[in-house]
Design a protein around this ligand. Structure first.
Ligand SMILES: Nc1ncnc2c1ncn2[C@@H]1O[C@H](COP(=O)(O)OP(=O)(O)OP(=O)(O)O)[C@@H](O)[C@H]1O
Ligand SMILES: [Mg+2]
Length: 590
């Protein structure tokens, strides 16, 4: 209970901070709305005055007076329409601006956040947070500017006008507003827990869709459609039953609230009749008051709906705003150093844990610039983690990574550094673009003609040119989401071509050729050697294949997060340690 209160008191300032760039627009809209709502009340006021005039003159008006009356009413209505038009324009423009701004900011934020966030949060959830967040936020703003603000202004002006016209009826009216707001507030408070559970269930439902669809091949392969359907159905069953409970409570209390309001309304009418009888109120004024009351009550109902919207938007908007309060764990240094690196890399007492469990322990190693080193070790020993630290997806928990003997990796400018390194990941993700765009990804947005030569060169080095030419549209072929239209080996060769295209100073490859036949692998090896001769390049290759690692200048053998052996293939074999074991058990395939 206290927790939900705390959230609700934080909620408005949090949203307001998010909308800070649009403050001026909000003030402008407030001013226009205040003017509009006041002018609009001129209609019933004039109407009341006309009635009184008719009563006084027993229905006979001079032509001049009649013209004044009609002119006045027409004037008020024309002004209303004009201001209405202006208000709509300003508000709709604001809403469109907010949607654009929030969507682009959220996307930029997602790109900015480091891998620890992305590896922790499910893709479906992230998409849901952004889509529902933007959607609900703009609904919230819409309700605020189109409904909340006009209603509050109208209620205030109405109360003042009513008290000025008849203080007794005015006061009853003013006091009748409070129980309404109180009951409405209570209903929503009592259902807040249900609402939260419903939103959790929405998120579970997106997770399920995301998970089942991204792993559709697994679902089909093991014929688990029924099981997935059932699990998805049970989530929606829960959403359904929670929604019904919520609706029942709302309708029931809403019923009581309506009866109460009718009571107040009748009371005011009776009091008005007495006041007329006592000569304290004219018929025109009573009509004016009753018109105002009816209008005001119908607006208070709108206030109830707005509250409902706010509460409905609260969860998704909360989740959306908290996305912006997250910060990337990889921070750019205050005065980042932009240099061309030589390519010497040193790990100095590097210890690393993804969360609590240490996966690298006190790793110290030096890789000379331009050399070729291999990392070997059993599955889970920490090889890919070394590659991730080198790409600065994560920073060491303890110790440091030093470039060229003088720069702590954390002090280098991230973009400049990453532009000089290339990584081929173990699972080589390739985005859904044309082949040439995948290969030239590091060049930014370019035309094919401007990068064609380099793309062809990189594809040839990666031994990918032949298979690309065999595709329907060659380099222009769209390769489908996550590269599903390619074979595993083709995807790897494409990833290698993309890495080589960037002509990096440091090339990190995490089992880049595991899907390739030995022949293609040997050709790629040769191409890499040639490339290193053209320009100096430090190569760090993680591999399970003897053919890949045996020519390395230095091999590091990892076990349980430690480097346990180092040396050349020959020397390590002679030593007869872990490496020799691995080779003999042919975990390193020949
Ligand atoms: N994102 C992550 N969050 C938490 N733990 C992780 C994460 N990635 C890897 N690990 C853990 O860190 C350890 C080292 O993983 P790593 O991927 O570096 O192993 P590896 O040597 O590359 O293995 P393989 O040869 O199977 O690719 C493993 O125990 C793994 O469970
Ligand atoms: Mg790995």
């Amino acid at each position: 209970m206290s927790k939900s209160k705390k959230v609700s008191t934080n909620f408005i300032p949090k949203v307001w901070r998010l909308l800070a760039p649009f403050k001026k627009d909000f003030y402008r809209i407030l001013a226009i709305t205040a003017l509009f709502e006041t002018i609009r009340l001129g209609g019933p006021y004039l109407f009341g005055k006309i009635l009184d005039l008719l009563v006084r003159t027993k229905g006979i008006l001079s032509l001049e007076t009649a013209l004044w009356v009609v002119g006045g009413l027409a004037g008020v209505r024309f002004l209303s329409i004009l201001i209405d038009y202006i208000t709509d324009y300003v508000i709709i423009k604001l809403l469109i601006n907010i949607e654009t701004h929030m969507s682009t900011r959220a996307f930029a934020k997602l790109l900015e956040l480091s891998l620890d966030y992305h590896e922790k949060v499910h893709t479906g959830t992230k998409i849901n947070i952004v889509n529902r967040g933007v959607d609900k936020l703009s609904q919230l703003v819409e309700s605020y500017v189109f409904e909340f603000q006009p209603v509050v202004i109208q209620l205030t002006v109405t109360s003042i006008l009513m008290i000025l016209t008849s203080w007794t009826i005015g006061i009853i009216f003013t006091f009748s507003i409070f129980p309404f707001i109180f009951i409405t507030f209570k209903i929503y408070q009592s259902t807040s827990l249900l609402r939260k559970r419903r939103h959790d269930a929405y998120e579970d439902s997106s997770d399920e869709i995301g998970d089942a669809i991204t792993n559709i091949t697994v679902v089909k392969a093991f014929a688990q459609e029924t099981r997935e359907n059932r699990s998805f159905g049970s989530i929606w069953g829960l959403i359904e039953s929670i929604s019904f409970t919520e609706v029942r409570r709302h309708l029931f209390t809403g019923f009581g609230r309506s009866i109460l309001m009718e009571g107040f309304y009748a009371g005011m009418l009776v009091l008005g009749l007495f006041e007329i009888k006592a000569g304290r109120l004219t018929v025109g004024s009573l009509v004016f008051l009753i018109t105002l009351t009816e209008r005001a009550y119908s607006h208070i109902y709108r206030l109830g709906r707005i509250y409902e919207r706010v509460m409905d938007a609260k969860e998704p908007v909360d989740r959306f705003t908290s996305l912006f309060s997250k910060s990337s764990s990889i921070k750019q240094a205050e005065n980042p150093i932009k240099v061309e690196i030589e390519g010497q890399i040193a790990f100095r007492h590097v210890t690393f844990a993804y969360s609590k469990r240490r996966v690298l322990r006190n790793v110290t190693l030096t890789i000379p610039a331009g050399s070729f080193v291999a990392l070997v070790g059993r599955s889970g020993s920490g090889k890919s983690t070394i590659a991730k630290l080198l790409s600065r997806y994560y920073d060491p928990t303890l110790g440091q990574i030093v470039l060229d003997g003088k720069y702590d990796l954390r002090n280098l400018d991230l973009d400049t550094y990453r532009a000089q390194t290339s990584v081929v990941f173990q699972d080589s993700p390739v985005p859904n673009r044309r082949i040439w765009e995948v290969i030239s990804y590091s060049a930014g947005k370019k035309t094919f003609a401007s990068v064609e030569k380099r793309v062809l060169h990189a594809a040839a080095l990666a031994h990918a040119h032949e298979f690309i030419l065999e595709l329907d549209r060659g380099y222009q072929t769209l390769i489908g989401e996550r590269g599903v239209k390619l074979s595993g080996g083709q995807r790897q060769r494409l990833a290698i071509a993309r890495a080589l295209f960037a002509e990096p100073k440091v090339l990190i490859m995490d089992e880049p050729t595991s899907h390739l036949d030995t022949m293609s692998e040997a050709l790629i090896q040769k191409a890499l050697e040639e490339m290193s001769r053209e320009h100096s390049m430090t190569k760090i290759i993680i591999a399970h294949r003897l053919s890949t690692v045996q020519h390395a200048d230095q091999i590091f053998v990892m076990e349980r997060g430690r480097v346990v052996e180092r040396g050349t293939h020959k020397k390590l074999l002679e030593n007869g340690g872990v490496y020799a074991d691995i080779v003999h058990q042919s975990e390193l395939k020949p």
